[in-house]
Design a protein. Sequence first.
Length: 410
Amino acid sequence: MAHMEILVINAGSSSVKFAVFDFDSLRQIARGLLDWAGDARRATLTLSPQDGEEIRREIDAPDYRSGVVAAMKVLSGLELAVEGQGAANRSLRIRVVGHRLIHGGEEIRRPVRIDEEMKKTIEGVAHLAPLHIPAGLQAINAAEDALPEAMQVGLFDTAFFGDIPPCAYLYPVPYQWYEDWGIRRFGFHGTSHAYCTQRAAEMMELEGPVSRLVICHLGQGGSATAVRDGTAVTNTMGFTPLEGFMMGTRSGTLDPGLLLYVQREHGLTVDQLDHILHKESGLLGLSGVSSDFRQVEIAASEGHKRARLALDVYAYRVRAMVGALAVSIGGIDALVFTGGIGENSAWLRSQVCDGLECLGVHLDPSLNENERADADIAQRESAARVLIIHTREDLMIAREARRLALVPDK
Ligand code: ADP
């Protein structure tokens, strides 16, 4: 059969990321970015083929949907070397489009084929991620316009947590909040956690999944997941991605009483609080230096006291939550570090593992300093493995999109 491709789309509010994979081998062929960069009517499409030079095109994009349609037309018309090194150039034949969507609510717990009914279901949960879901829906409509022959598939970041038990997803507030308003914990970064679950088993050369796995995804945002026999049991993010770890600019978990206090005593409004907790807290808020972990590490190494404090709080919180997650699944066979910070900061990894010896986690300091993803950095005799994994969310989406495309029509 002729070669075909999978297009992965990650639609943000002011940019859209693309990735193209070979359908059969799941080899990545190209990635791309459509970016409005402040101009409401024109956008720049940058495409980086795996084998070839970067391509840039200015695109008329008076609105989001027509911008994405135009970008997809350019993309599918491009002549690329799509079958590996030295292959003749030809245009892409996109068989399936995998859309990364942030939130599927309680309704969508699996990867799904997208049809008109499913679009309505997605619309129904848009209030849970009002910045992301409308953009995702526009990208779906655009893909239908530009690539009418292709199957559309939705992959939801919350879906990996579709089976977490009520004791992990209920908040101890009046039960009616859950029944009437849908207030519950969901969990986020599921695509990355799902990829790391598969990759950890592969690295440990297991036939099935790792029995007791804790994954720390530490990037601008951050969350950890406890995974038991391949099924997520809980994630540190909750109803929103504000719960859990301290992050670049987000506070993470707080005493809810303090939120009431600052409103009552210091007159902060809901909008002010929203802004502060999302944009002015976390590493930035405590250090006063930056939201960027590497910059805060540099400042701390130059003697900046609040930068040091911010890092210490960050590491302490990760360690404490990892410990709690490990205990929630009865111990730990592997601890994974991923995301920009997890993959790159040896200091953070050593701080997190320092204290987890009681759970059988023994980091090898020299491997921790010198190894790069993907690698096992635990001491040989450590009961638990410690893995650095370079997360590949696009590949995970392509894998799932391919799997769904191969399921016969009912
Ligand atoms: P996003 O969540 O936006 O995908 P990333 O996963 O790329 O972000 O993570 C970004 C974070 O990773 C930033 O805080 C950055 O400082 C941190 N980071 C990247 N490289 C390093 C490094 N070498 N050392 C420490 N932190 C790093």
